[in-house]
Design a protein around this ligand. Sequence first.
Ligand SMILES: Cc1cc2nc3c(=O)[nH]c(=O)nc-3n(C[C@H](O)[C@H](O)[C@H](O)COP(=O)(O)O)c2cc1C
Length: 357
Amino acid sequence: MTTVFDSVRLGRCTLTNRLVMAPMTRSRAQFNGTPGESAATYYTQRAGIGLIISEGTQPSDDGQGYLTTPGIYTDAHVAGWKKITDAVHAKGGHIFIQLMHAGRMSHPDNTPHHRQGVAPSAIAPGTGMFTAIGMQDIPTPRALSTEEVRQTVADFAFAARRAVESGADGVEIHGANAYLVQQFFAPSANTRTDEYGGSIENRARFAIEVVQSIAKEIGADRTAIRLSPGTTIWGINEGEEGSDLYRYLVAELNKLGLAYLHVMHQGNDSLLADMRKLWKGTLILNRPGRPREQVGSDVVSGLADLEAYGAMTLANPDFVERLKKNAPMNEPHREGFFGGTDKFYIDYPTLEDAKNV
Ligand SMILES: Cc1cc2nc3c(=O)[nH]c(=O)nc-3n(C[C@H](O)[C@H](O)[C@H](O)COP(=O)(O)O)c2cc1C
């Protein structure tokens, strides 16, 4: 029987276990997008987890949505990430950088160029966002021209190249949670009339082109994507054809030989089962809110090859040790999730730390 404590081959890496740190924005980067001083410590503390997926990282100025998130397109960004990847590798860990283009989920006050956000169509998400002066409504975005969509695809490939230069083991495209890639999927956010809107094939085109261009740039075995079929937050409605779009998309992605597909499960079990069948490669599954008692069951059942956890890995640097020893977990402190100091960032105790208090 395969368990989460067994090693696994993923792309070019051999992971020591099948547990994954889910991508988590922590908003502690410098204002120029270089990862913050404590980021290497934060990630290295968690290097015992088979695979770390980094916080969402913008591929361009336009791609930034939130305050003080990191980027991966300037020399300073690459140098900053290099410190992190080197430290994680020195501890025997592996790390993929998540490329996150926020699309319309962006406030001009949070970006380096302070420009209007960009999106498939000029439709506001109908929500607010935290900025340096507090919460503000997110303004209506500007629709990308067809030429700009192609440039955005190229921006992703450039960022992927820079991620590999910084020592990352690969990149995960953020295709989930109502950000740019998913905005293209949803008719509620995408009313385009060019080849990137309308039919299922057209709405899936942007995601497929991003994947293909990155795979061409750094190799398919270093390219991955995260999807969250059925997300309904921030004005996203994938409509009645939503499940069919994902069946088409996964069948197309399956042809490309990617490192993995990461599904953030939103509850549609029959779609998940179909995706598992359509996807012949490595599947990482994240089930939001999954209690620790159920950790490992999707690998045992064969539904997933690896399991990803967010809040539990944020709060437990020695997550794998605690699971193995059946030890209690630290509780995550929400007030430290986004921004702030090292408090509730790099000071969650390990079992060893707790013994020495
Ligand atoms: C603080 C925080 C930040 C997050 N940031 C991201 C992100 O940058 N990219 C992403 O794909 N998901 C992000 N998520 C979602 C997590 O990856 C994960 O899917 C979610 O927390 C549910 O899993 P869990 O119940 O194991 O925490 C974030 C979650 C948290 C708690």
